[in-house]
Write a protein that binds this ligand. Structure first.
Ligand code: ADP
Ligand code: MG
Length: 345
């Protein structure tokens, strides 16, 4: 176990989840891997099988293609064009139209907690440039006037935003991209792969020896892992304000996930939210939005929406596990003091 923790430590500084290695089975069959930086994060793709190398090349190209469409800073991206359209309709690629439509559906489903038009507010806090500052309440109130997903129109591949409005798909893009990469690998005949897009994990099948993949769940309070989640053929995504934040002059820690109701970084009873579901894009959208809701809101949402399981870690160090995960999560022995509670439907 010690070994796993030390392997995890290196990768856990920025991501919520890390694949634990299992030496024995990897010796039996060596995977092909691809590590690169895209979508503002480290990406690591691992696949087994004869076609793995060509399949991974295609998957990497696909992720890079999507990054090129959705970057907020790249002047040739679809999102840049939409954000600088001054209210004019913009024709975008099918991928962009699909992602924006999905973000709008999830915004509706979560009562606007997932808010794809927060970009001006994120910029005011400096999260888009890493020049962090604490905006005044007046500034935030003014910026929030141009935040409202209901004022976006998508008509087939044409998107129109009102002037002053801007999109940021940071909360859903990596999840969507992970699904696209997995789809390509499956089409190439890959039956065993693990894709890690900055902590957005998608697993194809199980490990080559038929056992489940083992994922280390990041401790939001420290640089170690809290426990291990075993899973196969699904996606797992963690969100929390511990991963990207800054400390203001007032000593407060401000994180990159914003409550659209206030314009302020989320500050509730949650330290992290991990979502497990079939698709990466759903996990990505829900991990961000359920983090905003707080534990009561997240549990209420889970009870009303089938199709996913979750692990909530609260600020007071409780681990709330939805009942479907009872057999899949094991607390690390170094955290045996933490309380694990099952949440029933
Ligand atoms: P990460 O991208 O770091 O894995 P998330 O998926 O939780 O984490 O997405 C967080 C990003 O989403 C932020 O960096 C920001 O760009 C954007 N964002 C922040 N708050 C919200 C929100 N309430 N709704 C939609 N997007 C948000
Ligand atoms: Mg997300």
């Amino acid at each position: 176990m010690k070994k796993i923790v030390s392997i995890i430590l290196a990768g856990c500084l920025v991501v919520g989840l890390t694949a634990c290695s299992n030496r024995q089975s990897e010796e039996e069959q060596t995977p092909d891997t691809r590590d690169f930086f895209a979508m503002n994060t480290y990406i690591s793709l691992t696949a087994y099988g004869e076609q793995a190398e060509t399949a991974l090349t295609q998957a990497q190209e696909r992720v890079e293609e999507l990054e090129g469409l959705w970057s907020v800073t790249d002047e040739t991206s679809d999102i840049y064009a939409v954000n600088h359209s001054e209210g004019q309709p913009v024709s975008v690629s099918e991928d962009t139209a699909e992602l924006v439509s999905f973000a709008l559906e999830m915004a509706e489903e979560t009562g606007g907690v997932l808010e794809p038009t927060l970009y001006p507010v994120l910029t005011a806090w400096g999260f888009t440039t890493d020049e962090h500052r604490v905006p005044s309440q007046e500034e935030l109130a003014r910026l929030l006037e141009s935040v409202d997903y209901r004022r976006i129109s998508v008509d087939e591949n044409t998107i129109r935003l009102e002037p002053d409005m801007m999109l940021d798909l940071g909360a859903v893009g990596k999840g969507y991209a992970s699904d696209e990469a997995a789809e390509l690998l499956r089409e190439e005949g890959i039956t065993s792969a693990l894709l890690d897009l900055g902590g957005n994990i998608v697993m194809i099948g199980s490990r080559p020896d038929g056992s489940d993949w083992r994922l280390g769940l990041q401790n939001p309070f420290d640089n170690d892992m809290i426990g291990v989640l075993t899973a196969s053929d699904c996606a797992v995504v963690t969100s929390g304000n511990y991963e990207n934040n800054f400390t203001g002059e007032d000593g407060t820690v401000y994180g990159h996930i914003i409550d659209p109701a206030t314009g302020y970084p989320v500050n509730n009873d949650l330290a992290s939210v991990t979502i497990i579901a079939d698709e990466g894009k759903l996990c990505d959208a829900l991990s961000t939005s359920l983090f905003v809701m707080g534990s009561d809101g997240a549990i209420d949402y889970w009870r009303k929406h089938p199709g996913f399981e979750m692990i909530l870690i609260t600020q007071d160090r409780q681990i709330l596990l939805t009942e479907g995960l009872e057999e899949q999560f094991a607390l690390d022995e170094t955290h045996s003091d933490m309380e694990v509670q099952l949440v029933a439907r």
